[in-house]
Design a binder for this molecule. Structure first.
Ligand SMILES: NC(=O)c1ccc[n+]([C@@H]2O[C@H](COP(=O)([O-])OP(=O)(O)OC[C@H]3O[C@@H](n4cnc5c(N)ncnc54)[C@H](OP(=O)(O)O)[C@@H]3O)[C@@H](O)[C@H]2O)c1
Length: 334
């Protein structure tokens, strides 16, 4: 492929202070390489809370920081439109981490072709990065048993919904939380009996009533007041799998620990923070575990699909960081 192509992509206009606003994300022309090995057309782009952490001035060592002018990228389901690589044929659907552009040039590295007979959209969620995160955090690190009382916050969201099901499958007693009534109804409908509201002023009391003898495993997704309440509710010798702290990502000081953190030492609670880029060697094990469950319909999952293409990414992410989504939020690219 030798033609010179210009396409449109998204970039950060400036690093937000406080809440992300639509003007922080802008469209810009992007010149594709003259000799691209693969050309792709995105079909769905995932929007995820960590995108806001990439905009924080402090940055993280495991992922490149987004500064003013940085091109945006995300987990994407794309169609191959032209290929010089034998492993990829026009019409194939692929997933991988890709720049947010109308047309994408790629060398194929890090891309997986969707296997024939699978639902491609499952690779945006239970078989994609959010399913992988849930599996790493719950199955690999948390390893709950029938003896555990597990708390999963934001369980109507992407990672939480899968993590909660994995804990249930392992026989644990599972307490789930969600910040909106329809989300809690959805969780009850999916078979969770103890469903709490982590945004409610009396959440700590709800938690105590639901687990009077304490939480033995907390899968933390929310942070802030919800995490403070979970620490309060931890049983001695319990463990915390620290997956994320989404409620803090837009705050001016996003890395403050809860005021009662010292309780963890007193109660001998162990804390296991993790980020999935450190676990990519387990990707094949995850697929072997999760693909049959998804194929049999044994995992409940739901996409929260926003239409409107690249123009909708900013608002979709802003809404996600408010909690608008039920299920895995993705943006459909026409
Ligand atoms: N460790 C890793 O490698 C890794 C990878 C992926 C994700 N994560 C983390 O996992 C967590 C969930 O991510 P996800 O992709 O599955 O997103 P998600 O749960 O689908 O969406 C985020 C949810 O967080 C809750 N939320 C958002 N803003 C909030 C606020 N200000 N206060 C309280 N709750 C808020 C909302 O649920 P409610 O309406 O129920 O409050 C919202 O639906 C995040 O903390 C994320 O950073 C970690």
């Amino acid at each position: 492929m030798t033609a010179c192509i210009t396409t449109l992509g998204l970039r950060l206009s400036c690093q937000p202070k406080g809440k992300l606003r639509p003007e922080h994300i802008e469209k810009a022309f992007v010149q594709l390489p003259a000799r691209a090995q693969l050309l792709l057309k995105p079909r769905y782009i995932s929007v995820d809370p960590y995108m806001r952490t990439r905009m924080q001035p402090e940055g993280y060592d495991y992922i490149e920081r987004w500064n003013a002018g940085s091109p945006l990228s995300g987990w994407t389901l794309a169609e191959v439109i032209a290929s010089n690589i034998p492993a990829f044929k026009p019409g194939d659907l692929v997933v991988g981490h890709l720049p947010m552009q109308e047309i994408i040039a790629s060398d194929g590295k890090g891309l997986a072709v969707i296997p024939a007979g699978s639902d491609p959209t499952a690779f945006l969620h239970p078989l994609g990065m959010t399913g992988f995160t849930a599996w790493v955090g719950m199955q690999l690190i948390g390893q709950p048993t029938e003896q555990d009382t597990v708390l999963v916050s934001a369980a109507a969201g992407a990672v939480g919904s899968i993590a909660a099901q994995l804990a249930k499958r392992l026989g644990a007693k599972v307490i789930v939380t969600a910040g909106r009534a329809d989300k809690r109804d959805w969780l009850r409908h999916k078979g969770f009996q103890t469903v709490l509201d982590h945004r409610h002023a009396d959440y700590a009391e709800q938690l105590h009533n639901a687990a009077p003898s304490g939480i033995t495993l907390n899968f933390e997704n929310v942070g802030g007041r919800a995490f403070t309440a979970a620490i309060e509710a931890m049983k001695a010798n319990g463990r915390i799998v620290l997956c994320g702290l989404v409620s803090q990502y837009q705050s001016e000081q996003p890395r403050q620990s809860p005021h009662n953190f010292a309780q963890l030492g007193q109660k001998r609670v162990s804390v296991h923070p993790f980020v999935v880029p450190h676990y990519l060697d387990y990707w094949d094990d995850f697929q072997k575990f999760m693909a049959p469950l998804v194929a049999r319909g044994d995992i409940n999952w739901r996409l929260d699909t926003i239409s409107g293409g690249l123009d909708s990414i900013g608002l979709a992410l802003i809404g996600l960081l408010r909690g608008d989504n039920l299920g895995k939020r993705v943006v459909e690219i026409p």
